[in-house]
Design a protein around this ligand. Structure first.
Ligand code: MN
Length: 503
């Protein structure tokens, strides 16, 4: 049986007040979701508990973990916003509302616009903690996806692969993106999943003995050169990232050198370069495979030295050399920076809120660490871009203006009242929207509401509009519709409907 103590222990040391808050949220959430069931038949509260646990394992702040326990309270338990604010405060309400809003959008679009959808996802969430709660929520949903009706499984898994995982990856939270990859892949590409699994299994059988022997040689080699203070482990590529690499390499597994990689974790940067030197002195490196991500970090902030060497056991192996801090950040990414001091002074709705969450922060109980300087280099550049958009907004401009031209120059994003998002070319009309949903809806348009107001069917849609198409059986497309339509899909359908009518 789950209990609040398990979550509190994961976060310890915790102040009495914070522990109390988590225990209260635990009890409250359990009460409001009482009687509700998941598709699996389990009590609904399990989902809140597991989501909060994932957040606690990521070492998120007590406020974020508490919001995790409450994240479905508005939507699924019909709790009033005022109630959450009264019991848990403004900041937690802000986070819960953010997660609720983010959950209403379904990311269905043309594949080539996935990048824009990812940016939309990030832009809508306003606060990095909202994204992390949503990712934890999704991880637990994916882990229980087999219980969800089959017709929904594929859409959810695909959305996870194409939107959630890249966002987690770009935020550098490998711990989350890897777990999400493991569970999504089999649902979206079952055949390829099996195929990749088979390849990995064979390859690992072939390599495992060699890997063990090589680990011993490395230990010996480093000790002989005076390096004894290090951690050695190895990681295996996730099936999904192996699959993506196989696609790029024509399914030739022999061309992939980093299926398993050995990790050497050291205490400082100087040692990393020293160890690289020692290794190259003993084992021959493969040319062109030496990467200095310490001097040149990856766009998501990843740092390490990588090299691929001939082990002497008839195989090649990737070796990753990094400091403990780099390793920590590779696993937790942005999440490792946002355990910030939660003070009453935090102004909700301030546009700087977002960037504040990204700033490196001294952990309150870690007395040994010195106050860090704000290091903007730690922040992935595409997030900085978004931050700039967010901070541009001085007067709470509408979302559509926030999402400036750059990203959305060619396309607009329009929502159904249920939150499905459709992307359309600029200047599209409700006619285009209706046909983008379904030709039968297009053919039966009798009226249109945009943002709950009736408008003409040839009005221009804007980014962020919520469009409701009213249909009637007696409606028929006309030549006028053809002229109003902007997309080829709509034009095509209207044309064939007109021809049909002539007959
Ligand atoms: Mn949820």
């Amino acid at each position: 049986m789950e209990n609040a103590k398990e979550i509190i222990d994961l976060l310890s040391p915790l102040s009495k007040k914070d522990a109390r808050m988590i225990a209260d949220a635990f009890d409250f959430s359990k009460k409001i979701h009482d009687g509700q069931k998941r598709f699996s038949g389990e009590p609904y509260f399990n989902h809140l508990y597991e989501t909060a646990k994932i957040l606690a394992e990521l070492r998120m702040s007590p406020i974020t973990v508490t919001a995790g326990l409450l994240h479905d309270s508005l939507e699924d338990a019909n709790v009033k916003e005022e109630k959450i604010e009264e019991l848990f405060g403004e900041e937690i309400l802000f986070l819960v509302k953010g997660v609720t809003k983010l959950g209403k959008i379904k990311y269905r679009g043309v594949e080539r616009h996935n990048e824009s959808l990812r940016k939309l996802f990030v832009a809508v969430s306003q606060d990095i903690r909202v994204i992390i709660i949503k990712l934890a929520d999704r991880l637990h949903n994916m882990k229980t996806l087999q219980h969800v009706p089959q017709h929904k499984q594929e859409r959810i898994a695909k959305e996870t692969l194409e939107i959630y995982i890249p966002v987690a990856y770009r935020l550098g939270i490998r711990k989350l993106s890897r777990s999400l990859e493991d569970v999504s892949f089999s649902f979206v590409y079952p055949k390829e999943y099996e195929q990749t699994k088979k390849i990995l299994k064979e390859k690992r059988k072939e390599d495992s003995g060699k890997l063990e022997k090589f680990q011993k040689s490395i230990r010996k080699g480093l000790a002989k050169n005076g390096v004894t203070n290090f951690n050695l482990d190895y990681r295996v590529k996730t099936l999904y990232s192996l699959y993506r690499k196989l696609l790029r390499k024509d399914w030739d597994v022999e061309k992939i050198y980093d299926i398993s990689a050995l990790r050497i974790i050291l205490s400082d940067v100087d040692e990393c370069y020293k160890v690289l030197g020692i290794i190259h002195g003993i084992w021959r490196p493969l040319p062109g495979r030496i990467k200095d991500y310490i001097a040149f970090p990856k766009p998501n902030g990843y740092q390490a030295l990588h090299t691929t060497i001939f082990t002497g056991y008839g195989n090649v192996l990737e070796v990753q050399i990094k400091t403990k801090k780099m390793h920590q950040e590779a696993e937790y990414g942005v999440a490792s920076h946002i355990y910030y001091k939660e003070s009453k002074k935090t102004k909700i709705g301030s546009n700087l809120l977002w960037i504040k969450r990204l700033l490196p922060f001294k952990k309150p109980f870690d007395k040994s660490s010195k106050e860090k300087e704000i290091n903007y280099d730690d922040i992935p550049s595409w997030i900085k871009e978004l931050v700039e958009y967010q901070t541009l907004d001085k007067n709470k401009r509408a979302l559509e203006e926030d999402l400036k031209e750059d990203f959305f120059q060619q396309r607009i994003f329009v929502f159904t009242p249920k939150g499905d998002v459709t992307d359309l070319p600029i200047d599209s009309t409700p006619i285009d929207f209706a046909y983008a949903i379904h030709s039968e809806i297009g053919n039966r348009i009798s009226g249109v509401k945009v943002n709950r107001k009736m408008v003409a069917i040839n009005s221009q849609l804007k980014n962020g509009d919520i469009v409701e198409i009213i249909t009637s059986k007696s409606s028929r497309p006309s030549q006028k519709w053809f002229e109003y339509a902007k997309t080829t899909t709509a034009k095509k359908h209207i044309k064939s409907a007109l021809q049909e009518q002539k007959k």
